[in-house]
Design a protein around this ligand. Structure first.
Ligand code: ADE
Ligand code: ZN
Length: 338
């Protein structure tokens, strides 16, 4: 596996399912707490990691949101995104479309402008210093009201040129995508691209996937692996070339398994499956690690990983010329490795 690990980490790829707030490593958390005078309950990295005891999405989110309290200033948001972008570059990421959760910060009194300005500075810096292209995707927290999502969308309008699309995340239980129909319609009218989480094994997963695909008309689905329950929907997703942003290591934390059979099965049925890291600081693997974990679990070879990397660019929100250039880069890399 060592050769395949090296191959997977060097493979040029796009990361399309990554929560910036999910990249907060304990070391940075301590540094930001010290800078902002925030008292933390845990005193060591080991103590922080000991709280990462997740059995499902809800128990993960219960650890995830309180940790964000150390993020206070534009500089903090810059530092968080910059740390991720450097790690991503080291794992072959050349393009990334990164989620952020403004409501998790504005609801604590942090101005929207500080969040987006800090993240945007890291985006610009990544282009200049790392040669990594990065975009921001604003996610609405689905366990907050549709009205709050709409007012967040209004707050985002002056920053439109810095935000490529909108998504939907947080706790799916009791919060189906239909709750946000009007918000998505307005976001579409404002020119944003659309995506939405359809988390793994949720109550109503298959109905929610059907809704985002058929009614909201998303441009991508985050997770969405439960689509396997409905053959007609699998065909529709394949026909439309909709990307599914799968996160195998994350799956193994919030459910009992990586869902490798489902992911690889969808790939072989022609669905545009991609592999991503979700919340790598919490789940212990960045995107290269997710390629390797899936390869080990499902016995994939280099050609499968190449297909996943190609899919990542096919599913990315790129111009046709840039997409073609990145895909050519993947094939050149694979040819050189043979
Ligand atoms: N927020 C961060 N990670 C998430 C996930 N995997 N699902 C829903 N909301 C999230
Ligand atoms: Zn996610």
């Amino acid at each position: 596996m060592t050769d395949l690990t090296t191959f997977a980490h060097g493979l040029p790829k796009a990361e399309l399912h990554l929560h910036l707030e999910g990249t907060l490593e304990p070391e940075l958390k301590f540094a930001l707490a010290a800078r902002n005078g925030v008292e933390l309950a845990q005193k060591t990295v080991e103590e922080v990691r000991a709280t990462y005891d997740f059995t499902d999405l809800t128990s993960f989110l219960a650890v995830y949101y309180p940790a964000m309290d150390v993020l206070r200033t534009a500089e903090d948001f810059h530092d968080l995104a910059w740390a991720y972008l450097q790690r991503a570059a080291a794992e072959g990421v050349v393009h990334t479309e990164m989620f952020f959760d403004p409501q998790a910060h504005t609801s604590r009194g942090v101005p929207f402008d500080d969040v987006v300005t800090g993240y945007h500075r890291a985006v610009v810096r990544a282009g200049r210093e790392l040669g990594v292209s990065a975009e921001l995707v604003l996610c609405f927290l689905r366990d907050m009201s549709a009205e709050h999502a709409m007012s967040t969308l209004m707050e985002a309008l002056p920053y439109k040129r810095w935000i490529i699309g909108v998504g939907l995340d947080s706790d799916e239980r009791g919060n189906p995508p239909s709750k946000f129909d009007a918000v998505f319609a307005r976001a579409r009218a404002e020119g944003f691209l659309l995506t939405a989480h359809c988390d793994i094994d949720q109550e109503g997963s298959i109905a929610n996937i059907g809704h985002v695909v058929r009614e909201i008309g998303v441009d991508r689905v985050d997770h969405g692996t439960n689509v396997v329950e409905d053959d007609a929907l699998v065909e529709l997703v394949a026909e439309r070339g909709l990307g599914l942003t799968c996160c195998p290591v994350s799956n193994s934390f919030v459910t009992e398994q990586m869902k490798a059979d489902e992911i690889v099965g969808l790939l072989s049925r022609g669905v545009r499956v991609t592999v991503n890291s979700d919340d790598p600081a919490y789940f212990g693997a960045y995107v290269g690690g997710n390629y390797v974990a899936l390869a080990e679990q499902a016995d994939l070879g280099a050609e499968d990983l190449v297909q996943l990397a190609v899919n990542s660019f096919e599913a990315a929100w790129l111009t046709p010329a840039r997409r073609a250039a990145y895909i050519a880069q993947v094939h050149e890399y694979a040819a050189a490795a043979r």
